[in-house]
Design a protein around this ligand. Structure first.
Ligand code: GDP
Ligand code: MN
Length: 387
């Protein structure tokens, strides 16, 4: 999950990284009112997921309420296009922040380095521009440190990097503790990427995060239920939002062109299920990964979501129980699907794992067509969709 700047900065504040004061607004009215109540110079920043907003015209400066109104009117609803994003992204909201007088801009980020399997910190004094560009033009200007995750981050790393990257002296005192916060955020929130570009040294000598780019690993989101709402805000894909709405990750639901709905636990099993359907001469209408659990509520919500798609003529639920008890899973499914508020779709369920026989007996009793193998289930689903 990619976060918008205002969301990233919310996390920054939680870990003690200084950010400019400001406000999040959705309308030109709000923008005008905010600047009227807080006279001064402000930056209006388009909240979109794409980078390079400055170059794309998504960042404006306003010194008066009238100017804030005019610029917000211009920005909100605009489609911003960037180099990496030719189709563009619509601006729905703005972050209004105090305009700071910049003395110097630096860059700092943490990512996972797959080769060494360690968090990699990158720092350069050439902030405010694309780090890829810096890397091409002047790779030596980027200083790197690979953190041993068993030992973790210590402030000496920050001090060393500040020197190695030749950050202007004004950065040095604050830098190690900013990096402490950034590393904490990276680990505690399960990030794939945290980036401050630019990290600004102001003319008053303060060091603050002027921008925020944060990408979280969806698999770690369950640890931070409050962020799931952000998930919905930061995607505009209705299918992804639907998955988020029932408590799953954004990528747990995919729509396809066929006529068989697929619910499976695990993405790999889902892929296998779709292959089996194809082998049996049919094709999947969608695929929902319900993850590890098969609790009644989630099964019901998943059933609703998948059968909500009018293309779905039959449904194949493929649950690999493993050590989860099959009888429990079966009871959950029966309970979930017993309500008469659900669209009735021909259904086949493949259930394996501990107590699988007991599980299938329960399903059979409820008239739910249990099968033992994936191929059997696929064949049956294809036949059901044909009739
Ligand atoms: P990005 O283009 O999407 O990365 O957005 P940024 O938040 O990084 O802003 C782009 C550029 O706008 C920065 O590199 C700065 O040059 C400029 N900028 C943003 N905020 C301020 C500010 O408070 N004061 C000044 N002087 N410039 C700013
Ligand atoms: Mn930036």
């Amino acid at each position: 999950m990619k976060l918008m700047e205002f969301q990233g900065k919310d996390l920054f504040r939680r870990v003690g990284i200084p950010t400019p004061r400001g406000a999040f607004v959705r309308t030109a009215d709000e923008a005008e009112r905010f600047v009227a109540a807080n006279p001064g110079s402000w930056v209006l920043k388009s909240q979109v997921l794409m980078g390079g907003r400055g170059k794309a015209g998504g960042i404006k400066f306003a010194d008066s309420p009238a100017e804030a109104r005019a610029l917000a009117t211009e920005l909100i609803g605009e489609i911003l296009k960037g180099v990496q994003n030719p189709e563009g992204e619509r601006v729905e909201s703005l972050l209004i922040e105090e305009k700071v007088a910049i003395a110097s801009e630096a860059y700092v980020s943490i990512t996972i380095d797959r080769a060494t399997k360690k968090p990699a910190i990158m720092v350069t004094a050439q902030g405010g521009m694309d780090v890829e560009e810096v890397n091409e033009r002047d790779p030596d200007a980027i200083s790197k440190y690979w953190v041993d995750p068993a030992i973790g981050y210590s402030p000496f790393i920050g001090r060393r990097l500040a020197f190695a990257a030749k950050l202007p002296a004004g950065f040095h005192k604050a830098f190690p503790s900013i990096l402490t916060g950034l590393y904490k955020l990276f680990m505690e929130y399960g990030a794939n990427l945290v980036e401050i570009n630019p990290l600004v040294l102001t003319k008053d000598g303060a060091v603050i995060a002027s921008d925020a780019k944060v990408e979280l690993d969806d698999n770690g989101l369950y640890k931070h239920p409050d962020l799931k709402e952000w998930n919905a805000q930061s995607t505009s894909d209705p299918d992804q939002m639907a998955a988020v709405a029932i408590g799953l990750g954004m990528s747990n639901y995919a729509k396809l062109d066929g006529d068989i709905g697929v619910i499976a636990n695990g993405a790999g099993l889902g892929m296998g299920t779709m292959d089996a359907i194809r082998n049996a001469g049919g094709s999947a209408a969608n695929f929902l990964d319900i993850g590890g659990g098969a609790q009644a509520k989630l099964v019901k919500d998943s059933y609703k979501l998948v059968t909500d798609d009018p293309k779905v003529k039959a449904l194949f639920i493929n649950i690999f129980g493993g050590i989860t008890r099959g009888d429990q899973v079966a009871r959950g499914i029966v309970e979930a699907l017993s309500g008469n508020d659900l669209r009735k779709v021909p259904l086949v369920i493949r259930l394996t794992g501990t107590n699988e026989k007991e599980g299938r007996a329960i399903l059979a009793e409820a008239g739910m067509n249990p099968v033992e193998t994936m191929d059997e289930g696929a064949k049956m689903a294809v036949e059901m969709a044909r009739t």
